[in-house]
Design a protein around this ligand. Structure first.
Ligand code: SF4
Length: 620
């Protein structure tokens, strides 16, 4: 039995080709080296995936993993990670969902699940208290996410079961399909849902009642929980702001600073922002709060539209990212229409960020006359046309006409379309950008460009720059800031606490507080330096995965628009990130990280981090 706290001590391995399920013990060595969720996912994928496989081949795997805090009494620690080789980026992808699934998986006796191979017929996986079995999903295939969850619960005659599932988008291999957890939380980014679709795995249901999670130092864990509750009570933006607005308040803040993605980022000031902001959500949509496991913040909003043409719509959210991607970036001026599109994406299992940014790309091509009305299948994709947006989303899921290409994401679509459409494709490494400005935050310019995942806002964080702790207009010092912030977010995703409580242990740089958190739950007794090494090890391993796939400095680039077109108006007018500025920041960052000028982790750095096998492979 594993001597460290916070773990069940074993993973499930599910071979869909052979229909074989086994359990594997976590070894002490593995736990000490990688600690949890993000570390486990990176290590398993690096070690087990051959290089350069097709993400949709049976050789790809999906790792589902929790962290040592998951399922403990520590509040705001509900996340579960999904890891795979992304069909959008071709690189390492980690995508996280809140809710109750992660805790339930541990209560059922497992720290994670490795899904490999591919089933010939649709199937779903049921896990209950140390046991697991594959079941026939032929009657679930084609169902929406809510229908799938309802059918699974009916089949089990158990409303308390927690379900992660894909919708028709994942089945149809739309490259930005997500995994929905309990209908309310998405492991949204990078196409994990499409990989599950390629394996014909429709759902994973978990139910656990027999497995309390031991922790190394119960008193220290209780003290940690108390500290987080106290921090929440003393921080009005959390204690009252989160239940009231969740993340929706960010839209007004970004509009005020002139950094709100608008009409495919042609502008960053949206003249209709007040009609789709957090107050509009409260006024037009809000019905009640929902919470993840063990979270007092209850930032998730259940919304219902009571009147108008979208009356009857019910959805979870929209949260800020969706208000941006299905709202301002598509030019929508009606929050009810944004909620309707959100409901559709959640039901179909589409990542709202990539889906909205992809439709906005098509809208710009239409308005510029690059794509005609006929080419768009008779849809009027003028910015702001909510019915056009909804019809486009529906056509993407149906893989109809040109929308089949759009379902491949903006990078591939621009490559096929030609006609300089790459100038309007808003992605990094193929992953469409989240709603925090590349041009308006120098730290985010570098962060997006060098993120392992691509256009994700969850590695580099904009919040210290937004708070004015660092000058968002000045590129100097942003390489060090990037290193310090991505170290903390790597540890966040390894222990699995929610981004909303990053402040409790600090957002910029690994400190004693991170070490205390790790040690209280696990008993690993890591020093601050060892926690920093852990963050470096995981980040370098993810980078090495991408290097093995052929990525290097040349892939650490930003969308054309952000490197060549200054923000045209508003409080951040004139800001952008010209190529020479980005290259200079990259040089500084690579040096801090111990990488070559080409962005490859050096042999010495890999050996220093105990990644000997990786060093051999990258530097034979
Ligand atoms: S703050 Fe929101 S997303 Fe984070 S754990 Fe709580 S309810 Fe979930």
């Amino acid at each position: 039995m594993l001597k460290y706290g916070g773990y069940c001590g074993r993973f499930l391995r599910v071979d869909l080709t052979a229909k074989k399920i086994t359990t594997e013990e976590l070894t002490e060595e593995f736990v000490k080296k990688y600690v949890g969720c993000n570390g486990f996912g990176a290590a398993i994928l690096y070690n087990e995936l051959p290089a350069r496989i097709d993400p949709f081949s049976a050789a790809n795997k999906v790792v589902v993993a929790t962290g040592p805090l998951t399922g403990t009494v520590v509040p705001c620690t509900p996340k579960v990670g999904f890891f795979t080789k992304s069909p959008l980026t071709g690189g390492f992808m980690d995508s996280y969902a809140g809710g109750h699934f992660g805790a339930e998986l541990k209560f059922a006796g497992f720290d994670g699940v490795i899904i490999e191979g591919a089933s010939e017929a649709p199937t779903w996986l049921y896990i209950e208290d140390g046991q697991a079995e594959l079941r026939d999903a032929s009657k679930l295939w084609g169902l929406s996410v809510p229908e799938t969850e309802a059918a699974v619960r009916r089949d089990l005659n158990n409303d308390a079961v927690h379900v992660a599932s894909i919708g028709p988008a994942g089945e149809q291999l739309v490259r930005f399909s997500c995994v929905m957890v309990d209908m309310s939380h998405a492991a949204g980014r990078g196409g994990v849902g499409a990989v599950l679709g390629s394996k014909k795995l429709k759902a994973i249901a978990v139910y656990g009642r027999k497995n309390p999670i031991p922790v190394a130092d119960p008193e220290a864990v209780l003290a940690l929980a108390e500290k987080i509750y106290q921090h929440i009570q003393e921080t009005p933006s959390l204690a009252t702001g989160m239940p009231k607005y969740g993340t929706t308040g960010a839209l007004k803040a970004n509009q005020t600073s002139g950094i709100l993605g608008t009409r495919n980022w042609q502008s960053e000031t949206f003249e209709h922002a007040s009609s789709i902001d957090g107050d509009a959500c409260l006024r037009e949509l809000f019905e009640k709060n929902l919470a993840c496991f063990q979270c007092p913040l209850r930032c998730t909003h259940f919304s219902r539209i009571k009147e108008g043409k979208y009356a009857g719509t019910t959805t979870i959210g929209p949260q800020y990212e969706t208000m941006y991607s299905l709202g301002s970036v598509c030019g929508l001026t009606d929050i009810k229409a944004v909620a309707k599109a959100n409901e559709y994406c959640n039901a179909m299992g589409l990542d709202t960020i990539s889906a909205g940014v992809t439709v906005a790309f098509a809208m710009e091509l239409y308005e510029r006359g690059i794509l005609s009305y006929e080419e768009l299948g008779g849809l009027d994709l003028t910015f702001g046309n909510d019915e056009g947006l909804l019809a486009a989303l529906e056509s993407i899921v149906a893989r109809r006409g040109i929308y089949k290409l759009l379902g491949e994401g903006t990078k591939r679509a621009a490559e096929v379309l030609g006609r300089e459409t790459y100038k309007y494709a808003i992605n990094v490494k193929g992953l469409e950008l989240a709603g925090h400005s590349v041009r308006g935050y120098k730290g985010m310019s570098l962060g997006y460009a060098t993120s392992t995942r691509g256009g994700s806002h969850q590695d580099m964080r904009h919040i210290p720059e937004r708070a004015g702790l660092f000058d968002r207009r000045d590129p100097s010092g942003k390489a060090q800031l990037n290193y310090d912030i991505t170290s903390t977010t790597t540890i966040r995703d390894t222990l699995n606490y929610c981004a909303m409580i990053e402040d409790v242990v600090g957002r910029v740089g690994i400190t004693e507080k991170h070490a205390e958190m790790v040690n209280a739950v696990t008993g690993l007794n890591l020093s601050v330096n060892e926690v920093q090494q852990l963050a470096d090890r995981i980040w370098n391993l993810e980078r090495a995965f991408n290097v093995r796939e052929g990525m290097s400095r040349k892939d650490d680039v930003l969308p054309y628009r952000f490197m060549h077109e200054p923000i045209p108006e508003g409080p951040s007018e004139g800001m952008y990130c010209p190529p020479e500025e980005l290259e200079k920041m990259k040089d500084e960052l690579y040096e801090i990280r111990g990488w070559t000028r080409d962005g490859i982790p050096s042999r010495d750095k890999l050996l220093e981090l105990g990644l000997d096998q990786v060093a051999e492979e990258l530097w034979p």
